[in-house]
Design a binder for this molecule. Structure first.
Ligand code: F0G
Length: 402
């Protein structure tokens, strides 16, 4: 395994593993694996190991021992009832809620915290809309590193906040939004207080690209036509694209799925840029959505996400909060898959694309559902029918049943 960290904007090599941006042009960084040694591998070699992030360890920039909670290996559910309902040929859900802390973030954190230990970081930290902090605090606990977390006060779902508190992180609830929290934690990292593990860290997307590897593995290397993901800070759609690209470079697949990003209407800088045909975006000042996980106005990987969408022939659309919540219930009540609101964006997104005539009914689609329904119990209580209160009496219950 050999690799280089390069500026994604100007192409310069960056040696210092503590940096998150190019010291010359300020661009975001990217890990480039040396693909030559990987050409000796076959999918069958990898399948001798259990499915999960570390099945693909030759594709990951790490050589020593790893900090792992056995992440990845999440189910790819065929959704026959929903595909009939939507009138599409084939539709799967990749259920990332089945990761150890209940979201896809664990793929990036096993990689990122492994790197933190390898380079001798003294503490780790992140800003978060909730899931990143839940994940980092668990992996930090496992590694023994202290962990500092900054959250937008009042906008983190209860399950996620509870996780971060539970795993023992030092938590600061900032009087501002996610973008403010990220600005502060980036400054703390520049001043050496912590090793930053937001997705601007170039190693985190490396772990997250295994999402694409697993989708292909689980479909026996049959390439889906479209992969749909919710977009917030915009690293996951880039990471998945990167995973598909690497498989194409090895010749294991011959095309890349149309990478399709869904944002909430009140928080949609990437969709606005895509609608204008731009490769860069204008930040949204006061992002708002019920899907708090993706309530982000200034996504750090926004340019990479736009690149992934354009280069794969994909698209990007918005959903209203009502459409998101309706999709969340629909997935739960037809397929039995419970996801948090942001994740449901990928489900509602497909329906809207079909209605708009932007997706073919003949497509084979994979929707990535990024987080578990239990992350945000309050939204369920608010948006679904309340249970019936009744006396402790069988006859009374029977009366309600008829
Ligand atoms: N879905 C969920 C459940 C998320 O938690 C996030 C991001 C996304 C989608 C969007 O992914 O940022 O890579 O585009 N959550 C981050 C956090 C920002 O702090 O937990 P992205």
């Amino acid at each position: 395994m050999s690799y280089e960290v390069k500026c994604w904007e100007c192409g310069r090599s960056v040696e210092d593993p503590f940096l998150n941006t190019c010291p010359v042009c300020g661009g975001v960084l990217d890990v480039r694996m040396d693909m030559e040694p990987l050409k000796e591998l076959e999918p069958a070699d990898l399948r001798k190991r259990p499915i999960g992030v570390w099945r693909y360890r030759e594709f990951l920039p790490v050589s020593g021992s790893v900090v792992t909670l056995k992440e990845g290996g999440t189910p790819l559910y065929p959704c026959n009832i929903l595909s009939d309902k939507f009138g599409v040929r084939s539709m799967h859900v990749k259920f990332e809620g089945a990761n150890p802390t209940g979201s896809f973030k664990d793929r990036g954190m096993t990689m990122g915290v492994t790197k933190a230990v390898e380079i001798g970081a003294k503490a780790v930290g992140c800003a978060s809309t909730g899931n990143t902090s839940a994940s980092l605090s668990a992996y930090a606990a496992k590694s023994g590193l202290p962990c500092v977390i900054l959250l937008p006060d009042g906008y983190v779902a209860a399950g996620k906040l509870a996780q971060a508190i539970f795993y023992g992180a030092r938590i600061f609830q900032v009087d501002g939004n996610f973008d403010d929290a990220l600005r502060i934690v980036r400054e703390l990292s520049e001043e050496g207080y912590l090793y930053l593990l937001n997705s601007i860290n170039p190693f985190r997307p490396e772990g997250q690209k295994t999402l694409a590897f697993e989708i292909l593995d689980q479909l026996d290397y049959k390439v889906p036509d479209r992969v749909i993901l919710p977009v917030g800070n915009a690293a996951n759609i880039w990471s998945a694209y990167k995973g598909f690209r690497e498989m194409m470079e090895l010749g294991w697949i011959d095309r890349i799925p149309m990478m399709t990003g869904i944002q909430a209407e009140g928080s949609a800088p990437i969709v606005h840029a895509f609608d204008r045909g731009d490769r860069d975006f204008v930040p949204v000042e006061d992002p708002e959505t019920v899907a708090t996980a993706i309530r982000i106005g200034n996504p750090v990987s926004g340019k990479k996400a736009l690149h992934a969408i354009y280069e794969s022939g994909g698209t990007a659309i918005t959903l209203t909060d009502d459409e998101i919540l309706e999709a969340q219930r629909l997935l739960g009540r037809t397929e039995g898959v419970g996801v948090e609101p942001a994740s449901a964006a990928s489900v509602g997104g497909l329906r809207k694309l079909i209605d708009m005539g932007n997706a073919d009914r003949d497509e084979m689609v994979v929707r990535v559902c990024t987080g578990h329904v239990l992350k945000d119990p309050d939204i369920i209580i608010q948006s679904c029918d309340a249970p019936v209160k009744c006396p402790a009496d069988t006859e009374a219950v029977k009366r309600f049943l008829v």
